[in-house]
Ligand binder design. Structure first.
Ligand SMILES: *[C@@H]1O[C@H](CO)[C@@H](O)[C@H](O)[C@H]1NC(C)=O
Ligand SMILES: *[C@@H]1O[C@H](CO)[C@@H](O)[C@H](O)[C@H]1NC(C)=O
Ligand SMILES: [Zn+2]
Length: 520
């Protein structure tokens, strides 16, 4: 008896001791990670061979000219109204406008231009060294609708200036890139620049309605020609300044992936009846219950299993304690952080596949029990989920044979592009950004929306979504919202960014990575 008591006591001591040592080890290791995760950007930058020789100096006359062209682009209402309806008059006008605005681009012997699907463009800029794998800059010409009566401070297609900002639909999505890229190329060609690495510029005309005509036909052309791309740079993420609470200083997030997406139709079909003799359950009641079950049972929390993990680890050193400690140690804290993030809708989007019920239709008359009730659910799929898994989850959650679940359209999350020290595209973009804005933190990020670049995934494994557009608090709501605007200074910065980026791409290969100090 006494013997076994001693045994038990010894056993308990071992347990307590082991637990204590484990906690100590975890804590030490966590602290080391917290202290060592500072990404020393200066070190790496110093090792770059200077590849861009021409720096862009813009005088007052050029400034007025480039702004006038930008405003002219914004005043052409290239609206995609719906899946089937675009303003083709405006799109045609835009083609004529581009030819006039960038005469050197359209006449240079280095540039081959073709119109794709009537309103989209593919430019091929020839490089002097054909062994260097080309890249692609993407942007889109169309915009979402805008009505002044929604509360715009200036008419949405007026491109009016106020306090150093230009107000118009398309200023940040995405005519700043369309015009910024072409203006940069125009300036480079005018200065006699001939790239070593060839590249392409693709401008879609129907991105806002999925790019089925523009981007997809550009892809088809490039595939037919056997083109392979070193990387693709499209719109998507931006510079966030004061937008992420708790983060010290502005951060440039370069999108390395996009969530997947699906539209699912739920429907219940029953024999119609008169409201004077109602059945116990109606199609509306059955469908409503199914929808409620979907809302009550969100998809599983997947924080830490997608690229969002990398984002937080890159940003960790810019947060104060205790967030810094938590984010440096996601191996330990990701369940905790996931729970915090899911509390707000905007951060919840990073944590899981989101479920949004967007349409609900049934009934035509007040005294008829409708035979058919339908609802549409829009899902944005987390990187660690597949479309099929999401459909299975919905089927299980609905759990009622009378509710038919149909996929209308959808696609898997996009693959995750590289962002390490060997990653050509990522490092070129990062270098170009840091040369212009040395105080920025650069981190990989995830797009919760979709872009034309998703159609290019067979042409390159490295797709990035970024432009150095500065977002301050409140600006994110301007995207597809009212009072979309960009500062004149920021538009000029975009031109400089593409001007330098094109030259930086002329580097043969990246400098050797410095011996990594922050790998544990
Ligand atoms: C940059 O300038 C140097 C020296 O002036 C020259 O050797 C080099 O070829 C130039 N590089 C480019 C990309 O023009
Ligand atoms: C379409 O674009 C044309 C030409 O720019 C413009 O005059 C017209 O008002 C636009 N139509 C609509 C419905 O917005
Ligand atoms: Zn866009």
């Amino acid at each position: 008896m006494a013997d076994s008591k001693i045994q038990a006591w010894k056993f308990l001591k071992i347990i307590v001791f082991t637990f204590f040592i484990t906690v100590l080890l975890l804590f030490t290791s966590a602290t080391i990670r917290t202290l060592s995760l500072d990404v020393n950007v200066g070190l790496q930058l110093a090792r770059w061979e200077k590849s861009n020789n021409i720096s862009l100096v813009i005088d007052q006359h050029q400034r007025e000219e480039l702004l006038a062209k930008f405003k002219e682009a914004l005043r052409i209402p290239t609206v995609s109204f719906s899946e089937r309806e675009s303003n083709t008059t405006a799109l045609r006008q835009f083609v004529t406008f581009l030819r006039k605005a960038f005469p050197t681009v359209f006449s240079s012997s280095l540039v081959h231009h073709e119109l794709v699907a009537d309103y989209s463009h593919l430019f091929q800029v020839q490089g002097s060294q054909p062994d260097l794998v080309p890249y692609l800059l993407l942007a889109h010409i169309d915009v979402v609708p805008a009505r002044e009566s929604d509360g715009w401070e200036a008419p949405p297609f007026s491109a009016q200036e106020m306090d150093g900002f230009i107000y118009a639909r398309g200023t940040i999505d995405d005519k700043c890139a369309v015009m910024g890229i072409l203006q940069a190329l125009e300036y480079l060609l005018l200065r006699g620049y001939a790239p070593r690495r060839g590249f392409y510029i693709g401008l879609g005309h129907d991105e806002e309605i999925s790019g089925f005509n523009g981007a997809m036909n550009i892809v088809r052309l490039m595939k037919d020609r056997g083109v392979k791309l070193s990387f693709v740079l499209d719109e998507g993420l931006a510079v966030l300044d004061g937008v992420i609470s708790g983060l010290d200083g502005p951060v440039a997030l370069i999108g390395v992936s996009e969530k997947g997406s699906a539209n699912v139709k739920l429907s219940v079909s029953m024999a119609p009846g008169h409201s004077s003799m109602p059945p116990r359950e109606s199609s509306i009641g059955i469908l409503a219950a199914a929808v409620k079950r979907l809302e009550d049972n969100p998809m599983p929390r997947l924080f830490g299993y997608g690229p969002e993990r990398d984002t937080f680890e890159h940003l960790a050193h810019k947060f104060g304690l205790p967030l810094k400690f938590i984010m440096s140690n996601l191996w330990l804290f990701s369940p905790l952080l996931g729970r915090v993030l899911e509390m707000k809708p905007d951060t919840n989007a990073f944590v899981r596949t989101t479920t949004a019920v967007t349409m609900f239709n049934a009934g035509t008359k007040s005294n008829i029990i409708p035979s058919l009730a339908e609802a549409t659910v829009n899902l944005r799929i987390h990187s660690a989920h597949s479309l099929q898994e999401v459909l299975d989850f919905i089927q299980d959650t609905v759990g009622d044979q009378r509710v038919k679940v149909e996929l209308i359209d959808g696609f898997d999350p996009l693959p995750i592009s590289s962002s390490d020290e060997q990653s050509f595209g990522f490092q070129i973009i990062k270098k170009t950004v840091l040369d212009m804005f040395p105080k920025l933190t650069v981190a990989p990020g995830i797009c919760v929306g979709n872009t034309d670049s998703r159609h290019f995934k067979d042409l390159s494994s490295d797709i990035y979504r970024f432009a150095p557009v500065w977002f301050k608090p409140g600006d994110v709501q301007r995207f597809h919202g009212i009072n979309e605007r960009i500062s004149k200074k920021n538009y000029e910065e975009l031109i400089v960014f593409y001007f330098n980026l094109i030259q930086n791409c002329d580097i043969k290969k990246l400098p050797d990575p410095h011996s990594s100090v922050h790998e544990l």
